[in-house]
Design a protein around this ligand. Structure first.
Ligand code: FE2
Length: 235
């Protein structure tokens, strides 16, 4: 079994605060994409493990309006994720938080709601979507484990920096991020950056994200309203 660190792209090694500082977010920016965060072998192993975890522990969530927007997805919460090897190994890796600290320029800790702090989120049906929202924790590091082949297949991350109003996603300030399997991104100050993942448009396409939610040390205990509905609450 390959060591976890060997599955991480060369640009991101060693995972540390210093390496994160090389990829620091610019002032006013909310998102930095980290292309090739996992090497090809990592994508293969993460995908295999994600599909196994989703098969064994995935819970289907169909909510037509959670805080005003739809969620159609399958989730694996933090507790069930521990049945994996590589994915919880990465998301719970202390050096990963150090790396994120380097990116955002301030010390961050895991979000205190452990069921939402490390999760898998899968869109795999036509119409599956992660509707417009802001989060209640500071930010995420998300790793793209599987992505639709073409941008027109949907599953595109859209966001508007510095805005909370979902209507802004239909306006001129909308930005989009296309990810490839193995890419990752950090989104900081997610409570001030409305974002969504557009609906899948084609049957058979699949989008899987492994997500680490992080927080300021002072605010790690703030409960998330979405946690109970999407990830079965705190554990
Ligand atoms: Fe979010």
């Amino acid at each position: 079994m390959p060591a976890l660190d060997s599955l991480i792209g060369h640009d991101y090694q060693p995972l540390s605060r210093e390496t994160g500082a090389r990829h620091a977010l610019r002032k006013g920016e909310h998102i930095i994409v980290l292309p090739g965060f996992l090497i090809e072998e990592g994508v293969r192993l993460f995908r295999e493990e994600a599909l196994r975890l989703l098969g064994a522990h995935g819970k289907r969530k169909d909510l037509s309006a959670l805080n005003g927007s739809p969620r159609h997805m399958t989730t694996v919460n933090g507790r069930h994720l521990l049945n994996g090897e590589y994915i919880p190994g990465l998301l719970r890796h202390p050096a990963l938080l150090e790396y994120v600290t380097g990116i955002v320029g301030e010390r961050v800790v895991p979000y205190g709601d452990t069921n939402e702090a490390c999760v898998l989120i899968e869109l795999n049906n036509k119409g599956d979507t992660h509707g417009a929202h802001c989060d209640q924790f500071r930010g995420v590091l998300n790793v793209a484990v599987a992505m639709p082949d073409e941008a027109e297949d949907g599953g595109v991350l859209a966001y508007v920096p510095g805005v909370r109003d979902p209507a802004a996603l239909r306006g001129k300030d909308r930005r989009e991020v296309w990810l490839k399997p193995g890419d990752a991104y950090v989104m900081d100050h997610t409570d001030d950056c409305v974002h969504e993942v557009t609906p899948l448009t084609r049957r058979g396409s699949r989008r899987i994200i492994a997500s680490l939610a992080f927080s300021d040390p002072k605010h790690a205990g703030i409960p998330s309203q979405s946690s109970a509905q999407l990830f079965d609450g705190c554990s």
